[in-house]
Design a protein around this ligand. Structure first.
Ligand code: A2P
Length: 276
């Protein structure tokens, strides 16, 4: 198994291109994922300060190999509090649970434009980074209009925009927009929540390279300069998913994969219309 690659964020920090998605993974399975990542080198990108991550740490999982990412999701109770307090409180609770002084990356989970809070939330994240509680700050599911507003309001550009992205929903326009602003794009549901694993085109490319469909898809993300965070609770599949740094897709493969893009490909909520 070869070493994975790192990308440099617009704040100078580095991020591994491959990480584990552990939101919605049951506690015990997540502990297992965190501890059993190949040689402890797979970073976790999780949504909640969690008992299982603390357990992983107690058992010696090294800080240096981990990236703790915390998306923030406004809920009704928190909405009543002021922006900075709310975000600091939310992050503070996560840090307590993780027994950490800071997180590597803190994200706003959804813009939820109907709430009218995301600009204030972003101001708060800027403060938290200044206070050393988050080394990097970014957003998730932000469309160009949301990005433009927070940058205009603060002068600070997010390091990352984490969005739904897979070969059936390639988000080229938003990727280009991110890239032009110096924002790295991170792909959530990179395997299309597993739905792409039986796609005939992908299977054919996989056979050609002696790889699995999952590895071809993850390699496609890597070659597109994306940060990719597939979810799996199975140790063998986690190792398989990580084992993508010893082969390359050629131009013909890439062109066939590009053709899988579909306007109907979105699986998750649309950030412009989601009502949470
Ligand atoms: P499991 O957790 O049982 O391994 P996504 O990351 O796009 O959301 O996709 C996650 C889904 O894909 C999960 O159902 C996961 O199942 C499945 N999955 C992840 N990696 C693999 C793999 N290498 N082979 C088959 N299924 C996989």
């Amino acid at each position: 198994m070869t070493e994975q690659t790192y990308l440099t964020l617009n704040d100078g920090n580095k991020i591994p291109q491959f990480g584990l998605w552990v939101w919605q993974v049951e506690s015990d399975a997540a502990t297992y994922s965190v501890e059993d990542g190949p040689q402890g080198r797979i970073p976790t990108h999780r949504h909640r300060g969690s008992l299982q991550e603390r357990r992983g740490r107690r058992r010696g999982y090294p800080r240096g190999g981990s990236r703790s990412t915390r998306p923030l999701r406004d809920d009704k109770a928190l909405e009543r509090a002021a922006g900075l307090w709310r975000n600091a409180h939310c992050l503070g609770r996560s840090l307590d649970r993780l027994q950490l002084e800071y997180v590597d990356l803190f994200l706003i989970h959804w813009p939820s434009p109907h709430r009218g809070l995301y600009v204030d939330s972003w101001r708060a994240l800027v403060e938290l980074q200044k206070n050393g509680k988050a080394r990097s700050i970014g957003v998730s599911n932000f469309e160009p209009e949301h990005l433009a507003r927070i940058i205009d309001a603060t002068g600070v550009t997010p390091a990352i925009n984490q969005i739904e992205l897979h070969p059936r929903f390639q988000q080229r326009r938003l990727r280009d927009y991110n890239r032009d602003l110096g924002i790295l794009t991170q792909s959530w549901s990179p395997l299309g929540q597993g739905q792409l694993l039986t796609d005939a085109t992908i299977e054919t490319i996989a056979q050609k390279h002696g790889k699995t469909a999952a590895q071809v898809i993850i390699r496609w993300h890597v070659e597109n300069g994306l940060v990719v965070i597939p979810k799996s609770v199975n140790a063998n599949r986690i190792a398989e998913n990580f084992d993508v740094f010893d082969f390359a897709l050629d131009a013909e493969d890439m062109s066939r994969l590009e053709k899988l893009d579909s306007t109907e490909g979105r699986i998750g909520p649309n950030p412009l219309t989601a009502t949470f």
